[in-house]
Design a protein around this ligand. Structure first.
Ligand SMILES: Cc1cc2nc3c(=O)[nH]c(=O)nc-3n(C[C@H](O)[C@H](O)[C@H](O)COP(=O)(O)OP(=O)(O)OC[C@H]3O[C@@H](n4cnc5c(N)ncnc54)[C@H](O)[C@@H]3O)c2cc1C
Length: 399
């Protein structure tokens, strides 16, 4: 990926200057130059969370700062700000360790942590923010290492909200988790033609099952309506598909026992849940890894009602993908070190995402997303939304 290319293709950068930073000194120099030349700075990593383009400013690409080092004795890693979670997973795996990463290995370390980081084992291990030990920052005036003791306000903002203006993260120091006992994969059920009303029973079964789980199993669902296009596999073409992603940390026997009621409740078309190597964890949610144009939003809720779930199934067609992640457990406990993570009082995070471009305008994609999310507004927590699952250009008429 070159400096101006992004996973999000629906928002295009048009900078007047691009700086590909190799280290913190390059970042400091770029920030100083931007100050002298009165250029607005936009930091770019992978572009998964890109919402506003850089126009006529300085685009600072962190991708070259992707070095990851692991200290197996202290079970910690230092990840350069340009690293992806796939890079950290690959560096930690030979030591039997794993980071608190999310569903897609191509997501960047820094941007994910700004939202707190809803990881694959969030109910067992808490938010990724809970595992951050220190963050290295560059400013126009030099570099600084921020931790709970040195600057509690800044450290809390970086873990849940994002950096202050003018601060650029150059590296992150993380605690790592043991990989032993990790079990995961997907349960897939084809719900019928994408343009039929659809059967919500498998989604109800997941919701009922998840509400009774102990903390060592984390799960989520996605409901996807595949268009009837010739390049898609025949069994998906024009079908609406439910996928449950499951990750347990208690080993195969225990996870199988906990999974048994869900396995029995639905005639699954595919079941890949088994021992999980963290390097293979993209198969849990099987999200697309191809850059595309998408927008979306989310709502944090204190529970799931049948009406909202039925709406997910009936409204999810080729125009929208809906995801629901189970929170609670360790994700619901107060943090040991103050942070600004949203979602500790939520039971689930519901996210709707719509592709746009060509013959679909952003305005019509937003109306489909809002139509799905409206079904959950009655159960929204006071925090309302989680910042990581807000994608693409803002709704028309909003800043
Ligand atoms: C397919 C997919 C799967 C996802 N799965 C999960 C998941 O499981 N859990 C979860 O919590 N989130 C998930 N996300 C959301 C993701 O965490 C956010 O989109 C996040 O913003 C991506 O960060 P990035 O660095 O990859 O992207 P970018 O778009 O490059 O960066 C995001 C924001 O951070 C800023 N930024 C990036 N690096 C720096 C830096 N070094 N210093 C200062 N500012 C910086 C950018 O300017 C931008 O505003 C997913 C997103 C996608 C598209």
């Amino acid at each position: 990926m070159t400096s101006t290319r992004s996973f999000q293709t629906g928002v295009a950068h048009r900078p007047s200057v691009v700086v590909a930073a190799r280290d913190a000194d390059d970042v400091v120099a770029a920030l100083a130059r931007a100050g002298r030349d009165d250029l607005r700075v936009t930091v770019h990593s992978t572009g998964h969370g890109l919402r506003r383009p850089c126009t006529d400013g300085l685009l600072l690409d962190t991708a070259p700062m992707a070095r990851v080092t692991v200290d197996p004795r202290s079970r910690t890693a230092r990840a350069g700000a340009g690293a992806t979670w796939g890079d950290v997973v690959a560096a930690a795996a030979p030591h039997g360790l794993r980071p608190p990463h999310g569903s897609a290995p191509s997501v960047g370390v820094a941007g994910y942590l700004f939202g707190g980081g809803l990881g694959l084992t969030v109910r067992a291990d808490g938010w990724a923010a809970d595992h951050v030990r220190a963050i290295e920052l560059a400013r126009a005036t030099g570099t600084v290492r921020v931790c709970a003791e040195s600057d509690p306000r800044c450290f809390a903002r970086l873990r849940g909200t994002g950096p202050d203006d003018g601060d650029v993260v150059t590296a992150v120091h993380l605690g790592l988790l043991p990989s032993a006992g990790l079990v995961g994969g997907g349960l897939v059920r084809v719900l019928g033609p994408a343009d039929s009303p659809g059967d919500p029973a498998p989604l109800y079964a997941w919701a009922d099952w998840s509400a009774r789980l102990p903390d060592d199993v984390s799960s989520g669902v996605s409901v996807v309506g595949y268009p009837d296009l010739p390049f898609l596999p025949a069994h998906l073409r024009g079908r609406r598909v439910l996928r449950v992603g499951v990750v347990g940390t208690g080993g195969t026997g225990r996870t199988d026992t906990l999974l048994a009621p869900l396995r029995a409740a639905v005639a699954w078309d595919d079941d890949t849940v088994g021992p999980l190597d963290p390097r293979d964890s993209a198969r849990v949610y099987a999200e697309p890894e191809v850059p595309h144009a998408y927008l979306g939003d989310d709502v944090l809720v204190d529970g799931l009602d049948r009406a909202g779930l039925a709406r997910v199934v009936s409204r999810t067609g080729p125009m929208v993908v809906t995801g629901i992640r189970h929170l609670g457990g360790a994700a619901g406990r107060p943090p040991a070190v103050a942070d600004t993570v949203r979602g500790r009082d939520a039971a689930y995070c519901v996210n709707a995402l719509a592709p746009f471009g060509d013959d679909v305008t952003a305005a019509s994609a937003w109306s489909v997303v809002d139509d799905v999310l409206d079904g959950f507004s009655g159960r929204a927590t006071t925090e309302g939304t989680h910042p990581s699952f807000r994608y693409g250009p803002p709704r028309p008429g909003t800043a």
